[in-house]
Design a binder for this molecule. Structure first.
Ligand code: ASP
Length: 348
């Protein structure tokens, strides 16, 4: 072998090794990330004092960082989503768990769901009244039942059987939400008198009565996506109304081939437009980015339909997008690339 040939063989070998080394490193360094939301809606900037903003942002960061810490330790995206959501459920600031809105009858009926993007397993609960953590119950439904969705008393009984903490319905009470129910009922009574129809009157309720909800999406070191959502639904909801949050494909969806999404907003529109699954399907079938798919659904499709709200979403590469067409959406994210965010309004 002449010298030139020998040198070129050595160079080829070295570059091949470098390539393999980088590939192995890239494999080890699978991106991981989490995004969370605490609801979208008519968040009034003038009423957002520095103190209030600090309280919301501190809680959002706490929830996000708890989920992120689990991901950094190599735990699953499912564990991260549950941990983040439970912190928000336990906080009276958000419309989920403690601090959930009231039904027309003055109770709390909670909805939640979770989906694993690798197995496409999912669990959901609707109209539950006594399980302390509806998202934990959704996870039990996914893992310990042969069903995808359980509702009402049966779901609460299943929660007890599974050993989950149960509370009196009044545990979810807060004065702020009660005052909101009283205002909503007053407006409903006035409108019902005028329109002679409860449903038409309900349609006129301002957005401030319609939103809240918490959710999380995450990508773990194994490349698995998970999405979860938990809510008290809509103030003064009646007749067993169920929103989009526990409906797989509407308020929650995850698929490792495309993305994971958790939604918040006017649930009826999110159900009819199948928002979470539509974003993932557009990515998969149209070959467009997560950001583009989510933007079209939230800012074109839903705006045209008259449905307000937003979503958080993540793809298998760890890209995160959090579009909303309402005045604000409580949200936060953190990823292994070093990016982190917490904010409420569009210009945050
Ligand atoms: N989407 C929820 C529902 O309609 C409410 C919300 O996100 O605030 O029940």
């Amino acid at each position: 072998m002449n010298k030139k040939l020998l040198l070129s063989s050595i160079l080829t070998l070295v570059s091949a090794q470098l390539f393999l080394g980088n590939a192995a490193q890239a494999h080890q360094e699978q991106a991981f990330a989490i995004a969370i939301h605490g609801g979208a809606g008519t968040i009034n900037r003038n009423k957002m004092t520095d103190e209030k903003r600090l309280a919301y942002e501190t809680k959002l960061k706490q929830a996000r960082d708890a989920g992120y810490a689990l991901l950094a330790k190599g735990k699953s995206s499912q564990a991260a989503v549950i941990a983040a959501i439970q912190i928000l459920e336990d906080s009276p600031l958000f419309n989920a768990g403690k601090g959930a809105v009231y039904t027309f009858e003055g109770e709390h009926e909670l909805d939640a769901s979770i989906m694993n993007g690798k197995t496409l397993n999912a669990g959901a609960v609707s109209g539950v009244k006594t399980v302390k953590s509806p998202i934990a119950l959704a996870e039990k439904v996914m893992e310990k039942s042969v069903h995808v969705m359980l509702s009402g008393e049966g779901a609460d009984t299943f929660a007890k059987q599974q050993g989950l903490a149960s509370v009196e319905n009044s545990y979810f009470d807060t004065d702020a939400r009660y005052q909101s129910l009283l205002r909503a009922k007053k407006k409903l009574a006035e409108k019902e008198k005028e329109l002679k129809d409860f449903q038409a009157a309900h349609q006129t309720l301002a957005n401030e009565y319609k939103y809240g909800t918490v959710g999380a999406v995450a990508l773990d070191k194994s490349g698995t996506l998970t999405a979860g959502t938990s809510t008290g639904g809509m103030t003064a909801k009646r007749f067993g109304r169920i929103g989009d949050a526990p409906i797989i494909g509407a308020g929650t969806y995850a698929n490792n081939d495309s993305c994971a999404v958790s939604a918040t907003g006017h649930g009826e529109y999110f159900i009819r437009y199948h928002v979470a699954a539509d974003i993932c399907a557009r990515m998969q079938y149209q070959g467009i980015s997560l950001e583009k798919a989510a933007d079209v659904v939230i800012n074109d499709v839903l705006v045209e339909a008259g449905g307000s709200g937003g979503i958080i979403a993540i793809d298998p590469a760890g890209n995160i997008t959090m579009p909303f067409n309402s005045t604000g959406m409580y949200r936060a994210s953190k990823s292994s690339t070093g990016e982190e965010f917490v904010g409420i309004f569009k210009d945050d």
